[in-house]
Design a protein around this ligand. Structure first.
Ligand code: AHG
Ligand code: MN
Ligand code: MN
Length: 283
């Protein structure tokens, strides 16, 4: 798997360069989720596809920006499911964005995720890698190389609240739950990019990021294979929890289609316990 992590490090610098130098406009196509693709979405997708095409352990690719499964090497062992540029609509306002990678061995479902990684393109480039053992590891780019910074551990309870989705379309018990967190002193932190938002909560010791099912999007917005499941591993490995609206671990999701979404909640233990009470989920 080391060769996959090395490839991710390489593409991180290429995508960062593209973000900094290339056209910020729309392409003339949309992706499988019906979203207009930016030229940068397409470009980042191609950078990643090209890089993994020469990484022999990679069997298949599944991308937010591609319809089906792209076969690369029948002898390969892993399928990489990735969001090449998460939060891409924030590039034109110069906010942080990211790339997310889920590395699966076998059928594409949560329990077969063997590792995940994400890159944050912000004032600096940062990379976090999680495997099934130990804490997620944080790296920061310094002079063209990633330096290991340390491991990430969240507290039992945090201070930040990142509530996703259109509030008008939240159900009543979700709205009261979010209001209760603010009434307890939680502070709002929501940029509209799940990579920087989830990264901030993990690095600042904890809190809650939620993207619930809403009246307009009953299954939420975030995609299981390349957004939800990879971050579920990050949160569990750093001492937090990641569940859906029924209390099921997101790491046990079994998507029926590569672009399936799921309501999702990522947090430290205290906030997830409170969410379970608010949603009537047996602890
Ligand atoms: P993408 O840019 O890959 O389509 O993903 C954007 C996602 C995610 O990063 C973010 O948390 C969420 O969309 C924001 O959605 P809302 O604008 O509905 O809050
Ligand atoms: Mn995304
Ligand atoms: Mn994206």
């Amino acid at each position: 798997m080391q060769s996959i992590f090395e490839t991710i490090k390489r593409v991180a610098f290429e995508i960062d360069e593209a973000i900094k130098t290339e056209d910020l406009g729309y392409s003339d196509s949309e992706n499988s989720s019906g979203e207009d693709q930016l030229k940068l979405d397409v470009r980042s997708d191609l950078i990643i596809e090209k890089a993994f095409a020469t990484t022999p352990v990679v069997k298949n690719l599944v991308s937010e920006e591609k319809e089906g499964v792209l076969e690369l090497n029948p002898e390969g062992r892993y399928t990489i499911c990735y969001d090449p540029l998460d939060g891409s609509s924030l590039v034109d306002v110069n906010l942080s964005v990211g790339s997310i990678f889920g590395i699966y061995e076998g059928a594409l479902q949560g329990e077969n995720l063997v590792a995940s990684a994400y890159v944050v393109y912000g004032p600096r480039i940062e990379l976090v890698i999680a495997t099934r053992k130990g804490r997620p590891q944080l790296y920061r780019a310094v002079q063209g190389e990633f330096r290991h910074i340390g491991e990430i551990t969240m507290g039992e309870k945090g201070k930040l609240n990142a509530p996703g989705g259109t509030q008008q379309n939240w159900c009543d018990y979700h709205k009261s739950f979010i209001d209760d967190l603010f009434a307890e002193g939680y502070r709002l932190r929501y940029s509209g990019g799940m990579v920087p938002d989830l990264h901030q909560i993990m690095l600042k010791g904890g809190g809650l990021f939620s993207y619930p099912g809403t009246s307009d999007k009953p299954h939420g917005k975030l995609r299981q294979l390349f957004e939800v499941i990879p971050f579920a591993l990050m949160y569990e490995r750093s001492g937090g929890e990641a569940i859906d609206n029924k209390g099921r671990r997101l790491l046990e999701l079994v998507p029926t289609h590569p672009h399936d979404t799921s309501p999702c909640f990522f947090g430290s233990k205290y906030e997830i316990a409170k969410l379970k009470t608010a949603y009537g989920i047996d602890a």
